[in-house]
Design a protein around this ligand. Structure first.
Ligand SMILES: Cc1cc2nc3c(=O)[nH]c(=O)nc-3n(C[C@H](O)[C@H](O)[C@H](O)COP(=O)(O)OP(=O)(O)OC[C@H]3O[C@@H](n4cnc5c(N)ncnc54)[C@H](O)[C@@H]3O)c2cc1C
Length: 415
C-alpha cells in the first residue's frame, strides 16, 4: 500500500475535508495546521460540539466532575484560530470518488483534494425484545453522558447490560454516586475479548467488593418496560431469572461507521482498510481512529483499535501522510481503564487465553502481568502499576530480553 502513497502527486493539496468531529478528527486538524498546511480545511461533523475526548464520559462526566468544556480537545475559538470551516451539525452521506466530491445531508457539496475519514463508531444496540424499553441508554457522546449522569442522581438501582470496559466503568461510577448496580454479562467472564481469565477474575472480585451484583455467563432474554411501572425496566435472563431496575445502560460494543466508505467502494473489513500511513486504496482518501483497520507493525497483523492513544497518534500520522510527510504509525497498542481506586492499563499483545508472569499481588490491587515470547515482553496488563508499564514499554521498543524470575521477584527493582 505504500506504493499507493507514492502515487500521490507531490503538489500540496488545496482542500482537505475531514469527516467526523471526534478525537481523531481533532488531531487531524491540529496536525495539518501545525505542519503548515495553509489550504482550505473543512470539518463535517454530525455532533454540535467541537472535538472532545471520550474517556471521561464514563468517569468524570458521569460523576459530575467534568463538563463539556473540560473534555474539549479543540475549543470553538481554536477552530476559528486554525481557520477551520466547521460544517456542523451536518453529516457526510456520499463520496463521489471520480469527481472528488463529498456530499452532505444538508445538501452541501465539497470538492476535495484529500479526504480524511474519522467517523468513529456508534454504540451497538440491543435488538428486538432485548431492547424493548425507553428506560434504556447507551453511552457514546457527551450528550449521552450528561443525560445519563442526571438520571443516575435520580435512581436507586441501575442495570448494566454488558461486562466490558464501558459497562464496568459505568457500574463503578454509579456505585460512587450511591446507586445500586447489577451487571449482566453473557460471556463466561468479564472483558473476555481483551484480557485473560486472571484479569477477568480480578475485575469480578473488585466489583463484588464494591457491592455490584454480577450475573456472568447469563444471556439476556428480554429487556422491557416493567409491567407494573412503565418508568422502570424488567430484564429476563436465559434460564428464567428476572431483574427489575429503575433504568438500564447497555455497553455491548461498538459498530464502526464504515457505511460512507463502503458505499464509495473502499475496502472495509472490520473497519476501513488502511496501511501504516492511514492510506486507503484510493490515493486521495485516508482514514484513522476507531473506524480504521490498520496494519500494526508491532502486532504483525491488522487491527482496529478503540483507544484514546490510537485516536490521537494514528490521526497525527495520517494527517502528515495526507500532505506528503511519511512517518509510519507503528505504536504499541495501549489502553487504560479507571474503576474505583484501580487504574488498569493494557499494552501490546495480550493473548486472552494465556497465563502471564505475575509481579506483585493482585489481592493488594497492585500487580503487573507480563506476556512473554522468547524472553521478550509482548504484552503487559498493569494494575495500579503505571511505572512498571512505562518501563516495559521502553524494553518492548528496545527489543530487550527479560528474565522471568527477575520480573516475578518484587524484591528486585525493575529499573
Ligand atoms: C464512554 C467511553 C469511554 C472511553 N474510555 C476510554 C479509556 O478509558 N481509555 C481509552 O484508551 N479509550 C477510551 N475510550 C475510547 C476512545 O475514546 C475512542 O477510541 C476515541 O474516542 C475514538 O475517537 P474517533 O475520533 O476515532 O471516533 P469518535 O470519537 O467516535 O468520533 C467520531 C465522530 O464522527 C461523527 N460522525 C460519524 N459519521 C459521520 C458522518 N458521516 N458525518 C459527520 N460526522 C460523522 C460521530 O458522530 C463522532 O462525533 C472510551 C470511549 C468511550 C465512548
Amino acid at each position: 500500500m505504500t506504493e499507493t502513497l507514492q502515487g500521490v502527486e507531490p503538489v500540496q493539496p488545496r482542500t482537505i475535508a475531514v469527516v467526523g468531529g471526534g478525537q481523531a478528527a481533532g488531531w487531524v486538524i491540529k496536525t495539518l495546521r501545525k505542519e503548515s498546511f495553509g489550504g482550505r480545511l473543512v470539518m463535517v461533523a454530525d455532533e454540535i460540539h467541537a472535538p472532545y475526548e471520550r474517556p471521561p464520559l464514563s468517569k468524570a462526566v458521569l460523576s459530575g466532575d467534568a463538563t463539556v468544556d473540560s473534555v474539549a480537545l479543540v475549543k470553538p475559538d481554536d477552530l476559528k484560530a486554525l481557520n477551520v470551516e466547521c460544517w456542523q451539525p451536518d453529516r457526510a452521506i456520499e463520496i463521489d470518488r471520480d469527481r472528488h466530491l463529498l456530499r452532505t445531508a444538508e445538501g452541501r457539496e465539497l470538492q476535495y483534494d484529500r479526504l480524511i475519514v474519522a467517523t468513529g463508531g456508534a454504540a451497538r444496540r440491543l435488538q428486538g425484545s432485548q431492547g424493548a424499553t425507553k428506560n434504556l441508554a447507551y453511552l457514546r457522546t457527551i450528550d449521552d453522558a450528561v443525560r445519563l449522569g442526571a438520571r443516575l442522581r435520580d435512581m436507586k438501582h441501575l442495570l448494566v447490560i454488558g461486562g466490558g470496559w464501558i459497562g464496568l466503568e459505568v457500574a463503578a461510577t454509579a456505585r460512587k454516586l450511591g446507586v445500586d448496580v447489577t451487571v449482566v454479562e453473557g460471556a463466561p467472564r468479564l472483558c473476555a475479548r481483551t484480557v485473560p481469565p486472571l484479569v477477568s477474575a480480578f475485575l469480578a472480585d473488585l466489583h463484588r467488593e464494591h457491592g455490584v451484583q454480577l450475573h456472568i455467563g447469563a444471556g439476556l432474554y428480554s429487556l422491557e418496560d416493567h409491567p407494573d411501572d412503565s418508568r422502570r425496566v424488567l430484564a429476563k435472563l436465559e434460564g428464567g431469572r428476572c431483574i427489575d431496575a429503575d433504568f438500564a445502560v447497555a455497553g455491548i460494543g461498538l459498530v464502526p461507521h464504515t457505511a460512507l466508505a463502503e458505499a464509495a467502494g473502499l475496502p472495509v473489513q472490520d473497519g476501513i482498510v488502511v496501511d501504516e500511513y492511514g492510506a486507503t486504496e484510493d490515493p486521495s482518501i485516508f482514514a484513522c481512529g476507531d473506524v480504521a483497520n490498520h496494519m500494526n507493525a508491532w502486532l504483525g497483523r491488522r487491527v482496529r483499535l478503540e483507544s484514546w492513544a490510537n485516536a490521537q497518534n494514528q490521526a497525527i500520522a495520517t494527517a502528515k501522510a495526507a500532505i506528503g510527510i511519511l512517518e509510519p504509525y507503528a505504536e504499541i497498542p495501549w489502553f487504560w481503564s479507571d474503576q474505583y481506586d484501580v487504574n488498569l492499563q493494557i499494552l501490546g499483545d495480550v493473548p486472552v487465553e494465556s497465563m502471564p508472569v505475575v509481579r506483585g499481588n493482585m489481592d493488594e490491587k497492585r500487580a503487573s502481568m507480563f506476556f512473554l515470547r522468547d524472553d521478550l515482553i509482548r504484552g503487559v496488563v498493569a494494575i495500579n502499576a503505571a511505572r512498571d508499564l512505562k518501563l516495559a514499554r521502553k524494553w518492548m521498543n528496545q527489543g530487550r530480553k527479560v528474565d522471568k524470575e527477575v520480573l516475578m521477584d518484587t524484591t528486585i527493582p525493575l529499573a
